[in-house]
Write a protein that binds this ligand. Structure first.
Ligand SMILES: Cc1cc2nc3c(=O)[nH]c(=O)nc-3n(C[C@H](O)[C@H](O)[C@H](O)COP(=O)(O)O)c2cc1C
Length: 180
């Protein structure tokens, strides 16, 4: 698929078909994450691919009931990804915790590759980290940055609104309207 089409069409998917994710597709997605850029190329991320029904239920139990992605993690998606990162394996220049950026970029590359393969994902950050840690036996030195369901979307979700370019881009100086 053309890159701009992938960027435009990707949505957070919260409803999944039960069909399994083919191994060769999963491999492509993980490869997309593996080659992502990172602070000093330190690659602080680790991914756990969860297919076990009980573990998925435990991960869902880390999410509040009103998290709209809860059912996809606990019941409908055939796989759940757990994004972990070691803050010490990245930089924190000027108090900016680059492990979040490194792992977020890797996850985004994976999510775009997933859409390109006809698969859905949803970034999930609203969960209890310690409950998720126990579910997957993640060592204390790693933060659990996100979860994501992974599978074939039941349907393409509708487009969420975005701010206009004029609201988020300036020319030359802060506040000066953007001109091409
Ligand atoms: C850092 C981050 C955390 C998020 N956490 C959740 C979450 O816990 N549950 C959920 O259903 N969606 C979550 N989302 C998905 C956003 O709600 C979604 O990206 C946004 O509404 C835009 O919709 P779209 O991804 O379909 O374009 C999260 C997204 C990001 C980037």
């Amino acid at each position: 698929m053309e890159l701009y089409k992938v960027l435009e069409e990707r949505r957070s998917v919260r409803k999944y078909k039960p069909e399994p994710v083919p191994g060769e597709k999963l491999e492509k997605l993980l490869e997309a994450a593996r080659i992502s850029p990172s602070w000093s190329n330190l690659q602080c991320w680790r991914f756990i691919v969860v297919s076990d029904r009980e573990t998925k239920k435990k991960l869902a139990s880390s999410m509040p009931d009103n998290n709209p992605a809860k059912r996809s993690v606990g019941e409908t998606a055939p796989l759940v990804l757990v994004l972990c990162a070691d803050p010490k394996e990245s930089g924190d220049q000027d108090d900016k915790d680059y492990y979040l950026l490194d792992s977020g970029l890797a996850m985004q590359q994976l999510m775009l590759a997933a859409h390109n393969e006809g698969l859905g994902t949803c970034w999930v950050a609203w969960f209890d980290e310690e409950v998720a840690r126990k579910a997957c036996e993640v060592p204390d030195s790693y933060r659990i940055v996100a979860l994501s369901p992974l599978g074939y979307p039941e349907k393409q979700p509708s487009v969420r609104p975005r701010k206009d370019i004029g609201e988020i881009v300036f020319s030359e100086k802060w506040g000066s309207p953007f001109k091409l």
